[in-house]
Design a protein around this ligand. Structure first.
Ligand code: FAD
Length: 384
């Protein structure tokens, strides 16, 4: 077992840290306050390969190994979870899904533009009445000649209002339940396709979240991803990538909490000494450190398995569950270390606290992760 990063991975980590410190951190508070989508920052990530991640050079990506991808995602998440969410959805949920399930025409047609930042991706699975149970979706796809006609709405979709391309799921035959679902690549300018932004979120305020509305939305059959009936499998394989990326981003939040708390505890004085000298403050920080490092190792393990091409749903769920809960604990402790100052956006920890919250919800709540982990342990399925 090798716990060291390679020289190349260390270089990527440094490149991502430098970029994040230079471009993301200075803008994070203002973008958060104003709910401003960071399109300038997203564009600047393309030449660094961040918008392609593990997508191979053949399709315009840099072909990062999965540990490198995690390291970069952690650094972006350490700076701003809104930017990290844009990245995770674009690369892991949209790009890697097209890479895994697309035919050659689809891969060459979409991936180079996505890696170059010319097209931004989103992923539409959740619906107003189908969240943890996506198989109960009500969006329909009906074949009409060489097209499909999609009707329905997708809810809480990251990047919805700014994306050029959406990977969307729809039911083709309700009697087949999850075996009737199909996946489609839908262009943002397709007839019948529209979006509506959701405002005033608790966190991720500079990421775009919205609804996708499809009213007789026409999608050519050549944009069907995989076979009819494979949609549910495609969605679950996408979430294996997405959850990995969320977990890495949460390690970044937790690390940011450690860094901010250490700095503050060394500077802030009460009772005539630095608060960092008090054992109870050290306890808050050491809890964060342990959580952060444990979460990071779980993410690296999942990345290592992904590099070997091994299916690792269980390990990804463990990493996502632990890292997202750990980021929340760390953000809670970080505010405690900062006292009253942690309660305003003069310091970044209140943003970390708000941004961490969604990580135990999206891409499967913590309860859903536990049910998957439990199913593996017991050999008994909690749901179909
Ligand atoms: P529900 O499914 O209604 O769950 C409510 C509660 O019930 C939760 O606590 C849940 O854990 C619990 N629960 C449900 N079923 C069970 C069970 N069987 N056992 C125990 N507890 C259970 N979706 C996308 O498709 N694409 C995106 O890009 C995307 N981005 C998002 C961005 C944001 C900011 C947010 C908030 C959400 C996003 N989502 C996205 C949606 C997200 O994945 C869902 O919110 C999530 O899957 C939970 O679904 P729900 O909100 O409908 O909650």
């Amino acid at each position: 077992m090798d716990f060291e990063l390679t020289q190349e991975q260390i270089m990527m980590q440094k490149m991502a840290r430098d970029f994040a410190e230079r471009e993301i951190v200075p803008a994070a508070r203002d973008n958060d306050r104003n709910e401003r989508f960071p399109s300038d920052i997203v564009k600047k990530m393309a030449p660094l390969g961040f918008l392609g991640g593990p997508i191979p050079e053949k399709y315009g990506g840099p072909g990062f190994d999965y540990v490198s991808y995690a390291v970069v995602t952690e650094e972006i998440g350490r700076a701003c979870s809104s930017v990290r969410t844009v990245l995770s959805v674009h690369v892991s949920l949209a790009g890697l899904t097209i890479l895994r399930w697309g035919n050659e025409e689809q891969k060459t047609g979409y991936l180079p533009d996505m890696c170059a930042g010319k097209k931004l991706g989103c992923f539409g699975l959740t619906e107003p009445d189908a969240g943890s149970d996506p198989a109960s979706m009500s969006t329909t796809a009906v074949r009409d000649g060489s097209d499909w006609v999609l009707n329905g709405a997708k809810m809480w979709i990251s990047n919805a209002g700014v994306a050029d391309v959406a990977v969307v799921f729809a039911q083709t035959d309700r009697s087949l339940a999850h075996r009737g679902i199909a996946a489609f690549i839908v262009d943002g300018d397709s007839p019948g396709y529209s979006t509506r932004d959701i405002h005033n979120k608790l966190g991720l305020r500079s990421s775009n979240t919205g609804e996708i509305i499809m009213e007789d939305c026409r999608v050519p059959d050549r944009n069907r991803l995989g076979e009819v009936g494979e949609g549910f499998k495609i969605a679950m394989s996408a979430l294996d990538h997405g959850r990995f990326s969320v977990a890495a981003g949460c390690v970044g939040i937790a690390q940011a909490c450690v860094d901010a708390s250490v700095k503050y505890a060394r500077e802030r004085k009460q009772f005539g000494r630095e608060i960092g000298t008090f054992q109870l403050v050290q306890e808050l920080i050491s809890e964060m450190v342990v959580d952060t490092e444990a979460a990071r190792l779980l993410v690296y393990r999942a990345g290592h398995l992904k590099n070997k091409g091994v299916r690792c749903t269980r390990e990804v769920c463990i990493a996502k569950y632990f890292a997202s809960e750990a980021a929340n604990r760390a953000a809670y402790n970080a505010i405690q270390v900062h006292g009253g100052y942690g309660y305003s956006d003069e310091y970044p920890v209140e943003r970390y606290f708000r941004d961490a919250r969604v990580a135990t919800l999206y891409e499967g709540t913590s309860q859903i992760q536990k049910l998957i982990i439990g199913s593996y342990a017991l050999g008994l399925k909690a749901f179909t």
